[in-house]
Design a protein around this ligand. Structure first.
Ligand SMILES: [Fe+2]
Length: 332
């Protein structure tokens, strides 16, 4: 963070991104692609939104392989090691194995089989709930931690902005892993681009399928660039929160609301937020309150600060599921 001109104190740690590293073997990539192109996945898990015309989500119901892969200790250890910080897989099953796919319609592709069904759940949402970070930040990008107004088009001019798959944005989840699932060895473009806070852009080029990058995406603006000469650019994006329950968890549901079945998403959200809260309260009680009792002390200021953190956590938990029209929150 500090090396690219961002203040690390706004984030969880002084880490912005890794360069691409090999995460998956060729067989791993082949098997993931086989899972994603299975008929039931293509019929139930394809979603389009205004921001993203082709996402695959909700695969946890159909693919034990992907569940086992991303919940495995090995995968979590690999990404934690890359960041140098203990991570926990995003607890929302709806996001397990999220895929962004860009597939040329000009060629036959296993990712565009004739039986595919694409759902648009975002179209049913009231406008105030369509909060794409990209739509918000497209022009004059500025967040509380970027000190210069940023216009996406200023990077190599407007024409080049057309080559972005996505707009400059920050993510809803603290850490994201971008895993390349297409043969990127001959890509012209196709990078994940990182916005520094000194007016520059750093391009992360994936050498081949199976390579991944880690980004502290909640705090570092980034976007994906189109692969101009390729028939497809498919990435899988497992997301992560801090493993330590005493660390802040700034997860939002803005993007997930647009392409998930809301009843299930909110069930999973409530379970994860309350389980994390319970662990935090338990740990705090054992470590801070009982310790003070044993030591015969009482630090009122410290306890009140923890109350404020718990209140903020619960406010955030509640705010994400506040919903004006209950009829939209159905269980499928
Ligand atoms: Fe992102």
């Amino acid at each position: 963070m500090s090396e690219i001109g961002l203040n690390p104190s706004v984030a969880l740690l002084d880490f912005a991104f890794t360069y691409p590293f090999k995460l998956l073997s060729k067989e791993g990539v082949r098997q993931i692609r086989a899972e994603l192109t299975r008929k039931e996945v293509q019929q139930h898990c394809r979603f389009e939104t205004r921001r993203n015309p082709y996402a695959i989500r909700g695969v946890w119901k159909y693919s034990p392989f992907l569940v086992n892969l991303w919940r495995s200790q090995e995968a979590t250890e690999a990404v934690s090691q890359a960041v140098g910080y203990p991570l926990l897989l995003n607890q929302l099953d709806w996001d397990l194995g999220h895929v962004n796919a860009e597939v040329s319609a000009d060629y036959p592709n296993e990712f565009n089989p004739p039986h595919a069904v694409t759902q648009n759940l975002e179209a049913m949402l009231p406008p105030e709930h369509i909060k794409s970070p990209a739509a918000t930040f497209r022009k004059n990008f500025t967040t509380e931690h970027y000190n210069d107004a940023f216009v996406a088009e200023s990077y190599n001019g407007y024409d080049d902005a057309q080559k972005f798959t996505d707009f400059w944005h920050v993510d809803d989840y603290p850490f994201v892993c971008v895993v390349m699932l297409s043969d990127s060895s001959q890509f012209e473009g196709g990078e994940t681009a990182i916005r520094t806070n000194r007016g520059g852009v750093i391009e992360l080029k994936f050498p081949e399928a199976g390579y991944a990058v880690m980004i502290q995406g909640r705090y570092v603006a980034h976007c994906a660039r189109r692969a101009l000469n390729a028939k497809e650019r498919i990435t899988m994006i497992p997301t992560y929160i801090p493993a330590d329950v005493m660390e802040e968890d700034t997860t939002f549901l803005d993007a997930a609301k647009g392409n998930s079945h809301l009843g299930e998403l909110f069930q999973q959200w409530s379970l994860y937020r309350f389980e994390r809260l319970a662990k935090r309260v338990d740990q705090y009680t054992k470590q801070r309150i009982k310790d003070q009792i044993v030591a015969g002390t009482f630090n009122k200021h410290e306890i009140m600060e923890e109350c404020d953190r718990l209140i903020a956590y619960l406010e955030q938990t509640k705010q994400q599921i506040t919903w004006p029209d209950e009829s939209l929150v159905t269980l499928q």
